[in-house]
Ligand binder design. Structure first.
Ligand SMILES: Cc1cc2nc3c(=O)[nH]c(=O)nc-3n(C[C@H](O)[C@H](O)[C@H](O)COP(=O)(O)OP(=O)(O)OC[C@H]3O[C@@H](n4cnc5c(N)ncnc54)[C@H](O)[C@@H]3O)c2cc1C
Length: 317
């Protein structure tokens, strides 16, 4: 089912999660182990992230270094198919610009269409770790906007080869990323908002936000979107803090602020077990306020472990 239909069917706040594929060579059971405990909360959908290749240097005989491309977490599409098959719940693959030519994107979307996947989250993807900025493939997309346009074209039956006849259009519901605290490359919020609006005008029909720990940031973002005539559902993304080191790594990687009250609560903790408890408590309060404000869905970034998410869900739903 299209997520927008699912979201409009109820006035209640729905529950959803994001998982990431296991490291290459690991079993899919780690995915099932993460999903099994939260199935009792009836997730509306499960997002599966996409991870592009990384470059590492391997020492070879004779001492020279060889640059090798490795994809550490392949399997996004297979995992989506396995989730749909096992749980009969909508799985949403993330599809990225990085590493794909337009033709490879088209073929990937055809696979998803044949698998009966109705929803995709269309994003640009981050730059490769060894590259200072995002570099599109030759004949690939530079921005998520171009990816959204390609999917919308396919939804109209327009494939890359204009000579194709009697084509079946795809029917994807397209989500895009939004940033309550601004995307880190955007010069300002105004500019970021302009490009977000372009993605909606190009055919995206819902937004999932980057994680935030201060609900005020989300509420202000939603207000700003509405003022800019962006009227699609905006699903808040939530992350549970679980280690002290995340005081440094989360702002560094995800470019958001941590509220001082949360920082102080975490600093007081003696070990990461206590941090986990503090993270759960913070997230329960955040979630309750968001539910009260009638947000469409609470979307939890589980990062492969749903134990804490379950504790939050059991207090909120
Ligand atoms: C919910 C969510 C899920 C994610 N999942 C993944 C994942 O599975 N895999 C992964 O690799 N990464 C993922 N990311 C990270 C994401 O790929 C990065 O944040 C990336 O840097 C930007 O992606 P985007 O789709 O927002 O890009 P875009 O919408 O293309 O925006 C990127 C930047 O360019 C600017 N911009 C946009 N269009 C234009 C234009 N036409 N001209 C000039 N500037 C423009 C924007 O303001 C922004 O600063 C996710 C992020 C979120 C919030």
């Amino acid at each position: 089912m299209k997520l927008t239909e699912r979201l409009s069917q109820t006035k209640e706040t729905l529950f959803s999660i994001e998982i990431l594929p296991p490291l290459k060579g690991k079993s899919i059971n780690s995915i099932f182990n993460a999903i099994d405990p939260i199935m009792e909360f009836n997730p509306a959908f499960v997002d599966v992230t996409y991870h592009r290749e990384e470059y590492v240097y391997k020492k070879r005989d004779g001492g020279y270094l060889e640059k090798v491309s490795i994809r550490k977490r392949p399997g996004t599409v297979g995992i989506c198919a396995a989730i749909i098959n096992k749980y009969k719940v909508d799985a949403v693959p993330h599809i990225i610009c990085g590493g794909f030519t337009r033709e490879e994107t088209e073929n990937a979307l055809i696979d998803l269409h044949f698998l009966g996947i109705d929803n995709v989250l269309a994003i640009r993807g981050d730059s490769i770790k060894t590259e200072p900025q995002f570099v599109p493939e030759p004949n690939g997309h530079a921005y998520a906007l171009d990816l959204v346009k390609q999917i919308s074209d396919m939804n109209q039956g327009n494939y890359m080869d204009e000579d194709m006849k009697d084509v079946e259009p795809t029917n994807f519901c397209v989500g895009v990323a939004g940033y309550p605290e601004k995307h880190f490359e955007a010069p300002n919020m105004f500019s970021d908002m302009k490009y977000l609006k372009n993605k909606i005008e190009a055919g995206a029909s819902y937004i999932v936000t980057q994680m935030f720990f201060d609900n005020k940031k989300y509420f202000e973002f939603v207000d700003l979107c509405r003022k800019n005539d962006i009227n699609v559902p905006i699903v808040p993304g939530l992350k549970l803090m679980s280690t002290k080191s995340q005081l440094i790594t989360l702002p560094k990687i995800f470019h958001m602020d941590l509220p001082q009250a949360l920082v102080e609560a975490v600093e007081k903790c003696k070990d990461d077990k206590q941090v986990k408890e503090a993270g759960i408590e913070w997230c329960i309060q955040q979630s309750k306020e968001l539910v009260k404000a009638k947000v469409p869905c609470l979307h939890f970034y589980t990062m492969g472990s749903s134990e804490s998410t379950k504790k939050v869900a059991s207090k909120v739903f």
